[in-house]
Design a protein around this ligand. Structure first.
Ligand code: GLU
Length: 369
């Protein structure tokens, strides 16, 4: 039987215990719990932040305010980060591997499949993959930007069963617990909606990049892919063990009953969209109620520039995103054929082409109307 895979995301605040550099006693504790999980038959993948913080501690003068400096610090600190993990796991004779990813590595389908194969191979050989964003080479176009979203991508790549986001908060609260004594922990979330997003706000701790908002984005992607996500406090004693036993104060995002599969998971996790299609109510209903492909007839207008095969968002007339997928036409072709019957497309464009704008196999639904 294939063992269950758990992806554990460790934020900078967890790895530094709120200090300026990596907190080794904290990391020892986390490794001990990961090893315990492995002994119980789970496979463990770590998404580890902390490179920038580790780099910062190695330089004599304070720096890291500009993006350039942060990228330099990540390049300095990543070595120490992985060295520390490697040293600690080697106490248990467990090898680790470093994988540094950017959005570009998963956006391109062939690279996505290669990253997936490498990850699978590492797990097959009982190695603990330790993943971080490749900050030193990440430009604005290709960066994931935060390790919460990166960890959801990794959980999909690894085909994980559980994603644990360990941070400096116990979970998601009904209000900000720092200034509202009535704030209550939300123990379970079935679906991330606008109300929850408003609760999560923005911002993170001083040293990390993410906050609750990026954790919700990650949980939303993961639950659609059939992966349970738990947000919990990384500084709590035995936190990994407790989360596995459902015995920690935390917020759990339950997995969807009918998660998306295979290639659609890739669509869900990685690619950035180039533009959008605005569709009418009839088309919305056909997509959501009958799982139909999107036809030119239902398209009202387009936004942005895109080529054939690019990823686009699908929005209803109120601008609400309901799906995303790979478009069979460019924005300029769609400006000619929008509203047309499928049988007219060839004549309108003067060449043989697809009969559907977004095929159902190349599309994931994101919302209900
Ligand atoms: N990749 C960054 C680092 O290793 C952290 C990004 C994040 O925490 O979201 O320092």
């Amino acid at each position: 039987m294939k063992s269950e895979i758990v992806v554990i995301k460790l934020g900078t605040s967890v790895l530094t215990a709120g200090e300026k550099t990596l907190n080794k006693p904290r990391m020892v504790e986390l490794v001990r719990q990961c090893v315990q999980l492995k002994r119980q038959g789970y496979q463990v993948v770590l998404v580890s932040s902390g490179a920038v913080a580790a780099g910062r501690a190695q330089l004599p003068k304070p720096c890291g305010s500009s993006l350039k400096e942060k990228q330099m610090l990540a390049a300095i600190g990543q070595g120490q980060l992985i060295y520390t993990w490697q040293t600690l796991f080697s106490l248990y004779n467990i090898p680790v591997a470093q994988m540094l990813l950017t959005r570009a590595d998963v956006e391109h389908r062939a690279r996505y499949l290669t990253a997936r194969d490498t990850l699978n191979e590492l797990l097959h050989h009982n190695v603990v993959p330790i993943i971080n964003e490749n900050d030193a080479v990440s430009t604005r176009e290709i960066t994931v930007g935060d390790n919460d979203n990166l960890s959801a991508m990794v959980a999909i790549l690894a085909n994980a069963n559980k994603l644990m986001l360990l941070t400096d908060q116990v979970g998601l609260f009904t209000a900000d617990p720092r200034n509202d004594p009535d704030a209550k922990l939300i123990a379970e979330v079935r679906k991330v909606d606008d109300k929850l997003r408003a609760l999560a706000g923005g911002g993170g701790s001083n040293q990390g990049t993410g906050g609750m908002a990026t954790k919700l984005q990650a949980a939303d992607i993961a639950q659609r892919a059939g992966i349970e996500t738990v947000i919990a406090k990384g500084s709590e004693v035995d936190i990994i063990t407790k989360v596995m036993k459902n015995d920690a104060p935390s917020t759990t995002f339950v997995r969807f009953d009918a998660p998306v599969e295979g290639r659609k998971k890739w669509l869900l996790s990685a690619p950035k969209s180039s533009g959008a299609l605005i569709i009418d109510l009839g088309a919305c209903e056909a997509l959501i109620d009958s799982g139909a492909s999107l036809l030119a007839k239902g398209i009202i207008s387009t936004q942005g520039e895109f080529k054939r095969g690019d990823l686009v968002m699908v929005k209803n007339q109120h601008g609400h995103v309901i799906a995303k997928g790979l478009c069979s036409f460019s924005d300029s072709e769609l400006s000619i054929i929008k509203g047309c019957h499928s049988s007219e497309i060839e004549d309108e464009l003067g060449c043989k082409s697809s009969h559907v704008v977004l095929h159902r196999d190349d599309m994931v639904l994101l919302e209900c109307i």
